[in-house]
Write a protein of this length. Sequence first.
Length: 284
Amino acid sequence: VDARGETVELEAPAETVVTLEWAETEIVASLGLMPAGAADVEGYRTWVGTAVPLDDTVAEVGTRQEPSVDSIAGLSPDLVIMETDDEALIPQLEEFTTVLVVQGSDAADNVARLKSDVTMIADLLGRNDEAEALLADFDAKVEEVASAIEAAGTGETPYLFADAWDDGSTISIRPFGAGSMPGALAGAVGLTNAWTGETDELWGLGATDVEGMAQFTETELKFIYNDSAGDGIFTETLAGNAIWDGLSFVEEGELYKVPDGAWMFGGPRSCELFLDFYAEVYAS
């Protein structure tokens, strides 16, 4: 039963699968089945590919925002996997294939949601043993990192996780709240999120700007940020800004860049990259 509440059935395990979001592309590949097609393959390689690389057999089927129904149909898939924001495509896709809709994120409990998505996808691929092993590795990594941070005695220092983009006239900063995927992982290993502002119910994401960061001027924390696009906003663009330069974590050099290709909304292997990074920041 998928995120729509619809029962999804196949006569045999799916072998030719198309995925329309990066997290599901990662999950399918990490279960040992390379997708026949995926949306925005090049973007996947930039933002996600460190965790689970794709090989050259994966066909491009358009962007994540505008997948090509013709390209998908040309692959004759047994199954198309999408998230809830792609549901407008379902009637067209169901004319020639089976569709599975997963939630993709749930700020109420993203770890439980992730495990549910993996299990649901594995059921339709006939890869339950692989899913069990994948999730066992994930649970073991959580335990390993939690123990390392506890042993280091550094877990009381909160963290702030964010990315940013330049709107031209202002820098928009997106903090990841406790319910986001990175936030849920941090919470699972005993870390405290410094961002207590408003976040959305689906992704657990907040919104602020440089002026809004002034609330952390005197706060001791570790600032963790993503810059897979190589924009250098936190390290270059904001250099010289009086508010930014005056933040205690900037003055003390407590800025930590997430490894490129670690996707903040990904599957278990992406999550393991984040967990290893938390161990590096807090326990190395």
